[in-house]
Design a protein around this ligand. Sequence first.
Ligand code: BTN
Length: 257
Amino acid sequence: MFDVVGFQKLRMGSFGEDLRYFETLNSTNTTAAELARQNAPEGTVVLANGQTGGKGRLERAWFSPSDLNLYFSIILRPEPSRLHYIPFLASLAVFDMLRTFGLDADLKWPNDVLADEKKVAGILMQTSAEPNTLHYAILGIGINVNILRFPPELAGTATSMTLELGTHVARESVLASMLLEFERAYETMNDLEWMALCSRFERCSSYVRGCPVRVTEHNRTLEGTTAGLDEFGGLILETVNGKNIVYAGDVESCRKK
Ligand code: BTN
């Protein structure tokens, strides 16, 4: 059970003031999209204690057992020209939140948050748009907070705040801190230069520049060395055949450990 009253005492900004809490949902992103269609205001947060159909990037599932982690989605109505900033700002907000809890993270393109080279949080932004009109964006964030054991298929690649810090962490404080970090960044993004955001992301990521990687994208695999982000957030790769830009895919580090 998530302590909604305790969370509201800790919350500082306006995101999450309207918190729609559910014991179980299929996916907080789906419910947030329904609410956005009914004109729920920007900053409304949909939170579930557990999800039965948690969605990850690239049509994957997001493991969402009850009582342990955070699964939430924020309704946003950004300036369309800033839409591609949001997943990067969100992963940086998770990065900053983790630091306030004493955990050093690493960002893996496009917006995986790693600790000890394992995934501690993931971000899935979904939008509803028509040509020249952005109806809304749903920013879904899953943070592994107190989970201690993952199913075998995730055991080698996932971790949690508790596993890394060696202590139980209150989900209410994590959510309050996370929403404040993100809201601060979101408020100022219209004045933020893309290159400044890229530089910030690069400083928090050991993956996006100078890292030998293998990238799996749809039905092709590329190997090369990362060379930063392009103007839309694509990952620039220097390969033996020249420069390639990847917009969706999975990155695997080929660094020697
Ligand atoms: C990823 O693949 O890394 C993205 C994972 C995003 C998971 C979160 S949990 C809350 C929100 N609701 C969902 O169904 N997915 C996102």
